[in-house]
Design a protein around this ligand. Structure first.
Ligand SMILES: C[S@@+](CC[C@H](N)C(=O)[O-])C[C@H]1O[C@@H](n2cnc3c(N)ncnc32)[C@H](O)[C@@H]1O
Ligand SMILES: O=c1cc(-c2ccc(O)c(O)c2)oc2c(O)c(O)ccc12
Length: 340
């Protein structure tokens, strides 16, 4: 994928054509469409491979990664999709895409056929069958992959929190303190702290993710295990957590979150940011298809699943909550506010 390739960073003049405005962050750069010759030169592709490269671009145009003028097909521009892959941008998801295409993740898919047929491998994911460890247990053996994974999740947080802050920041209004459960490197909590300076923000995650961080930009870091307990706060945030766990595990995590927040009369709430399969705001066919592929990723790399509303309702009520409200965001995710 050109935009995601480290060698494509010289491709800067493809950034942000003025005609394309669907980037989540509006751009001030003046990007121009590029001809095939300009592209092959800047990507160091020899003339002998120019036509091979043109065929790759043709397929990427068909996929919506680039656009081209219909008549001459002589120049290529970025689309909203490829704008999300530009390096050095706080809403770039290049690092997340690198996690998906890394052989550590993608090779697990090849285990799926034998895994499905085996009655023994019900407690391990295809990922663990291949690597001997689940994804969060690889820090010692594959530190490079764990680093990539944590950076990938942070890049997802950069994009999704940008959308959340633009479309439903009121979800966080009046929240005095918040614990970001499984909050990774703190990207989400830092975005919230910037937007709500009065909010006391805590990131809660495993030792190997947080290491010796104590406090950064007013955000506190606490090490622990959400299957044991969750630090107290007025609200608990679960972003891209529950999709990675079985219904039983989700109920356990949600119960620990419920114990961490004030009761019904005192205004506690849980804020879940995850996919609700079928709850999409636009371009339904593509969005649902991508949600279903994300569900397959959860099948190979995690013990979880992407849930539809009825599946979310079941785990929310099983954990003892009384009420919830779903707000779909642009893209694939929804915000689910959950009340005791
Ligand atoms: C898919 S990532 C999501 C990270 C972050 N919430 C985000 O959306 O960018 C899942 C996170 O859960 C953390 N995690 C996994 N198991 C955990 C546990 N038992 N207790 C606390 N955190 C855990 C992982 O280390 C990782 O940071
Ligand atoms: O490989 C994974 C990928 C993701 C993931 C996160 C945010 C996204 O936007 C997304 O599209 C995928 O989440 C995981 C997870 O939550 C696990 O527990 C285990 C593995 C994964």
């Amino acid at each position: 994928m050109l935009g995601a390739s480290p060698s494509a960073t010289s491709n800067q003049c493809l950034s942000k054509p003025p005609s394309i405005s669907a980037s989540p962050r509006s751009s001030t750069s003046t990007a121009k469409p590029m001809s095939l010759a300009q592209l092959t030169t800047s990507l160091s592709i020899p003339d002998s491979k120019s036509d091979h490269f043109r065929r790759l671009m043709r397929a990427l145009v068909h996929q919506g990664i680039f656009s081209t003028d219909q008549e001459t097909q002589s120049s290529y521009s970025l689309t909203p999709t490829s704008q999300l892959m530009l390096p050095g941008n706080s809403t770039s998801i290049t690092q997340l895409l690198r996690v998906f295409i890394d052989p550590t993740t993608s090779d697990s898919a090849y285990v799926l056929p034998s895994w499905l047929k085996s009655s023994e491998e019900t407690t391990k994911t295809p990922f663990a069958v291949l690597h001997g460890h689940e994804i969060f247990e690889l820090a010692d053996e594959k530190p490079e992959f764990t680093k990539l994974y944590n950076e990938g999740m942070a890049s997802d947080a950069g994009l999704v929190m940008d959308v959340v802050m633009r479309s439903c920041r009121d979800v966080f209004d009046g929240v005095e303190s918040l614990v970001d459960v499984g909050g990774g490197n703190g990207t989400t909590a830092m975005t919230l702290k910037k937007a709500f300076p009065e909010m006391k923000c805590t990131v809660f995650d495993l030792q190997h993710v947080i290491q010796d961080k104590m406090e950064i930009d007013g955000v506190r870091f606490v090490t622990g295990d959400f299957f044991q307990s969750v630090p107290p706060a007025s609200a608990a945030l679960l972003k891209s957590i529950l999709h990675g766990w079985s219904d039983e595990d989700c109920v356990k995590i949600l119960k620990h979150c419920k114990a961490a927040i004030p009761n019904k009369d005192n205004g506690g709430k849980i804020i879940i940011i995850d996919m609700v399969v079928g709850a999409v705001t636009d371009n339904e066919v593509n969005a649902i298809e991508t949600q279903l592929f994300s569900d397959l990723l959860m099948l190979i790399a995690a013990k979880g699943k992407e849930r539809n509303e009825s599946e979310w309702r079941d785990i929310i009520f099983a954990a003892g909550f009384n009420n919830y409200k779903i707000t779909p965001l642009i893209g694939l995710r929804s915000v689910i506010e959950v009340y005791p």
